[in-house]
Design a protein around this ligand. Structure first.
Ligand code: AHR
Length: 501
């Protein structure tokens, strides 16, 4: 079959914006086996004295998460943070209503901060605005961030941590627009409560940054009115506004699924426009950035809840090649929207809709692990405004869509560039010519590729390396351009080296 042809034009001076490292974030929820049996598993023969799994920690470190949202998710809207501190034997067992599970509280606030510290990731803490009060939210900020000398900061010291933790990023609840949420509210009620919580939290620690709940998905009837209303009423009190999205291929329409970045970009544009509208309406100059704090592919594994067990297996999605190609497009979307998207957290990190799956004696990396690792470790500096000319393909969901999805970064300080390319075609090789309009690099330094003939191919404990990335030989430069052939159903990462300015 004939090859497809595309051109990608780059100009290191034509940029979208600065890439925030916080777009490479994760999310750890007390749901299913994410915490218990995932990052904390004292019963596993592989665990260290603290109950952490070194194999899991190493894999998470490879992804290089810069920020980690915790402790939920739907879980947080019924969570009493005071349960999760103090001597372990005195911590209560409770029903976690959101996930029909039993929460033992054996992994709590201090354990998470130790985990995040070891991972080298910033914590992003969600407060309970479902059953929780604005006072409890402010008390939690006091516990976390104030020097000793007050009730809750002294309690933190009594519990073993005299120094303030200095948690900077705080979510004002979770998905409060959803009827499934404990304490669900309409947009006005949520905004009114969130304003009061924000006041108390910022009075307690003026250094913190606040993230408000946006719509939990784009299908819900209140989208995007919820967003507009909340932004208008809450805008002056917050620093970020959240988006949640789970992509799906329920109808097995792979052509449409592989064009999912069209939907991601549309959602980012809509919410960025709502931010601008609210600013104009409020005559406000406050910058509010987008925080995509739940994103992933999720549609195969159910996650409705357990049967009042501890850590029941929930939402243990098995990711395949096409899912990894969509994850690569998510990350490229964050680069292409680098001017507005400043935080993003993949939901979640272990076992629950996650890039890593464990059992007590082993773990394996899902297909989606690899694009997360490559973007996080190689996209630095500016996001480039890439000009792509590629053949167009008709899709049922999005109409005509280019067969090639591209993002690129360039760091003027180090001279390193990175290109991320997805060939969406299921059957045809794409020959791509990459051209630098201003200054050509010295050359390509490294490249990696993931590809296959079966979009449903996946990894497992038995075949952990069925779908991975492998290093490829990089194309030679011919003046200001280079040409390479991308296999069908492929994700390619290329690094370049410019002479630093
Ligand atoms: O990430 C799983 C769940 O999905 C979260 O708890 C909730 O916020 C979302 O609906």
């Amino acid at each position: 079959m004939d090859q497809l042809h595309a051109t990608v034009s780059l100009n290191t001076q034509r940029t979208v914006g600065e890439i925030s490292p916080l777009i490479f974030g994760g999310f750890a929820e007390h749901m299913g086996r994410c915490i218990y049996g995932g990052i904390y598993d004292p019963a596993s023969p592989l665990s260290d004295g603290r109950g952490f799994r070194p194999d899991v920690m190493d894999a998470l470190k490879d992804i290089n998460f810069r920020i980690m949202r915790y402790p939920g998710g739907n879980f947080v809207s019924g969570h009493r943070w005071q349960d999760s501190v103090g001597p372990r034997e005195q911590r209560p067992r409770r029903r976690a209503l959101a996930w029909r599970s039993i929460e033992t509280n054996q992994f709590g606030l201090h354990e998470f901060m130790e985990f995040a510290g070891e991972l080298g990731t910033l914590p992003m803490w969600a407060v309970n605005l479902g059953t929780g009060t604005i006072q409890e939210a402010a008390d939690l900020v006091e516990y976390m961030n104030l020097p000793t000398g007050t009730h809750y900061s002294d309690l933190r010291a009594t519990n073993g941590h005299a120094d303030p933790y200095g948690v900077k990023y705080w979510c004002l609840g979770n998905e409060m627009d959803g009827p499934w949420q404990i304490g669900h509210m309409d947009a006005v009620s949520y905004a009114d409560k969130a304003v009061e919580a924000a006041k108390l939290m910022k009075w307690t620690d003026p250094e913190i940054k606040l993230i408000a709940c946006g719509s939990s998905n784009t299908e819900i009837a209140s989208y995007p009115d919820w967003d507009r209303t909340v932004l208008e009423r809450l805008g002056d009190h917050i620093d970020y506004f959240s988006l949640h999205t789970y992509a799906a291929n329920r109808d097995n329409d792979t052509d449409s699924f592989l064009a999912s970045s069209v939907a991601f970009e549309g959602q980012a544009d809509t919410i960025a426009a709502a931010v601008r509208l609210a600013r104009a309406k409020n005559r406000s100059k406050k910058e509010i950035y987008l925080c995509w704090d739940e994103w992933n592919v999720w549609y195969k594994a159910g996650g409705d809840g357990g049967n009042w067990e501890e850590a029941p297996p929930l939402a243990e999605e098995v990711y395949n090649l096409e899912d990894a190609l969509v994850v690569a497009q998510w990350l490229s979307t964050f680069l292409r929207k680098a001017d507005v998207v400043k935080i993003a957290c993949v939901a979640q990190i272990v076992n629950v809709i996650a890039p890593i799956t464990t059992r007590p004696d082993a773990m394996f990396k899902q297909t989606t692990f690899y694009p997360m690792m490559l973007f996080s470790n190689h996209a630095f500096g500016h996001s480039l405004d890439v000009l792509v000319r590629a053949p167009i393909h008709d899709t049922a969901l999005y109409g005509p869509v280019p067969q090639l999805d591209v993002s690129a970064s360039f760091d003027p300080e180090t001279g390193q560039g990175a290109l991320f390319l997805v060939n969406r075609s299921q059957t045809r090789v794409m020959e791509v010519t990459i051209r630098w309009e201003d200054v050509a690099p010295e050359g390509f330094t490294r490249g990696w590729q993931m590809s296959g003939t079966d979009p449903k191919a996946h990894n497992s404990f038995e075949q952990p390396d069925n779908v991975t990335t492998h290093e490829i030989s990089v194309p030679p430069l011919d003046g200001r351009s280079a040409t390479l052939a991308l296999p069908p159903l492929s994700f390619t990462t290329l690094l370049t080296r410019h002479t630093p300015a």
